[in-house]
Design a protein around this ligand. Structure first.
Ligand code: GBH
Length: 478
């Protein structure tokens, strides 16, 4: 058994960077200020407040639209090398569509934020899309309609033009898995649709093609002048086999391929994973369909998408146990049935306040090995990881332990196995609006009382511990 103590003397490699992350809808507030139009989260939380814990929304949330200088100050004191934030599409392009006009005030907000970061020695890492689809595009099918590809490409291009002189790290999409499965299959996220095993696949297909298309544009038109990098971020849950049986080992592998192999494979290797193509085509046939529910890429698209990421972003929080389930236990058709895997948790794993999040540090290590082996040791940035509490506590030993244990495993993967991980990001700088969980799940290194009109940011113990890890570049204990 590996002991965490062993790594206390290991130093994070030179050039390894530390950051914190947020996303526009979760922190900005100012939902209709200065010309911003409605996105799918504004729409859903206003039309159906009962879908959100406590019927809350992010109309104000952390009020970072007005308080970004405080946020930057917090990060400066924390000592992070970079800040990963997202841009709100409807703030910069209220009409959203290709050819529409930039909203000057919206553009200025991010200019000011970026300038403030750089003045304080913090690199901006920009997520172009973190789930806040313009409502005006959702009305026309959102990610189900392939016209969204050119609208997205136009939007992203405006960002390169406006900010690319200073932004050198771009992330095209945060977690395609969540956009498509939770948005269009399980109805756990906006636009809250249940288009089991059909709509989710159309969504994926459009997201991956939009990613490839904008990568090629950046590579050809912007990189030569701006010299930055562009990649994508996966929601990388790891899967252990439930038992040592061969069948459970296959289930774990299949879970990963259906969860994020799904879109990493087209980008790193080319086309959807063979197991995904095989199973969805076969099940579609059994359902009596002439055409597979899985859309097909053209040869040109396969080439365009292959190799379209300068780094691989991984959001990694947790691990599940995998075993095959009875096909009849899943909705038919559905992505879950196509995947065929039942998930569970080991009773020994420590639960957090979020029902899906358990502490499994070794899962992180095995994920990094899996990525190295399957995709030829790509450059990886951990673009999110973090722990959910539920209360107002400023002392947060569980979060501290989670961070230390996961970082131990990260050092092990780097030093013992040569995994090419170049950065690490904690979700989140501060408590914020946690989607359908509202304000009940708190991920912040910094506490915010959402009843306090000033939204005062108060650092927790974990903030101080992370500060020390960054300044010493080691996991020394206090
Ligand atoms: C990240 O996703 C998001 O990028 C970020 O916006 C978010 O705030 C952060 O996590 C913390 O949640 O509803 O029980 O079915 C992480 C992966 C996958 C975590 C979907 C929540 C929903 C589980 N997410 N999961 S459940």
């Amino acid at each position: 058994q590996y002991s965490y103590g062993d790594v206390s003397q290991r130093v994070f490699p030179e050039g390894f960077k530390f950051g914190v992350a947020t996303a526009a809808y979760q922190i900005e507030g100012a939902w209709n200020e200065d010309g911003k139009s409605e996105n799918i989260w504004d729409h859903a939380t206003h039309e159906n407040p009962e879908w959100i814990d406590g019927k809350t929304n992010a109309d104000v949330t952390c009020d970072s639209y007005h308080k970004f200088k405080e946020d930057v100050k917090l990060m400066k004191d924390l000592g992070v090398n970079f800040y990963r934030f997202s841009i709100s599409w409807t703030r910069v392009l209220p009409d959203a569509v290709e050819g529409s006009k930039l909203n000057e005030k919206g553009v200025a907000y991010y200019n000011n934020l970026i300038d403030e970061l750089i003045a304080n020695g913090i690199e901006p890492y920009v997520t172009i899309f973190h789930w806040d689809t313009p409502q005006s595009l959702e009305t026309h099918g959102g990610w189900l309609n392939d016209t969204i590809i050119d609208n997205y490409v136009y939007y992203a291009r405006q960002l390169f033009i406006s900010y690319g002189d200073r932004v050198k790290k771009w992330i095209t999409f945060n977690e395609p898995q969540q956009i498509c499965e939770q948005g269009y299959e399980t109805a756990q996220k906006a636009p809250f649709l249940k288009l089991h095993g059909v709509g989710d696949y159309q969504c994926f297909h459009n997201v991956v093609r939009a990613h490839g298309k904008i990568y090629r544009i950046y590579d050809k038109e912007f990189r030569p002048v701006q010299g930055g990098e562009i990649g994508i971020t996966a929601d990388a849950v790891y899967a252990f086999p439930k038992t040592n049986s061969v069948s459970d080992q296959m289930a774990a592998e299949q879970f990963i391929e259906f969860y994020y192999g799904w879109f990493i494979h087209p980008i790193m290797i080319g086309n959807y994973p063979p197991i995904v193509i095989e199973r969805v085509d076969e099940l579609s046939k059994q359902e009596g369909r002439v055409t597979s529910r899985l859309p097909k890429f053209t040869e040109e698209e396969i080439d365009m998408i292959k190799g379209s990421s300068d780094f691989l972003g991984l959001n990694h929080y947790t691990t599940i146990l995998a075993t095959f389930g009875d096909p009849d236990s899943f909705p038919n058709p559905s992505h879950d049935r196509d995947c065929g895997v039942l998930t569970s948790r080991d009773p020994s794993w420590k639960p957090s306040a979020a029902p899906w999040l358990y502490e499994v540090p070794t899962g992180f290590y095995h994920l990094l090995l899996w990525i190295k082996e399957h995709y030829n040791n790509p450059r990886v940035i951990i673009t999110e990881t973090g722990w959910a509490g539920s209360g107002e506590e400023l002392d947060d030993p569980d979060r501290v332990q989670y961070i230390r244990n996961y970082l131990s495993e990260l050092l092990k993967a780097i030093y013992d196995d040569g995994c090419n991980v170049i950065g690490y990001t904690i979700w989140s700088l501060m408590d914020n609006f946690e989607w359908t969980y509202g304000y009940t799940n708190k991920f912040g290194l910094t506490y915010i009382d959402f009843e306090d009109p000033n939204r005062t940011r108060i650092p927790r113990t974990s903030y101080k511990v992370y500060q020390k890890i960054i300044s010493t570049r080691r996991l020394i204990s206090d």
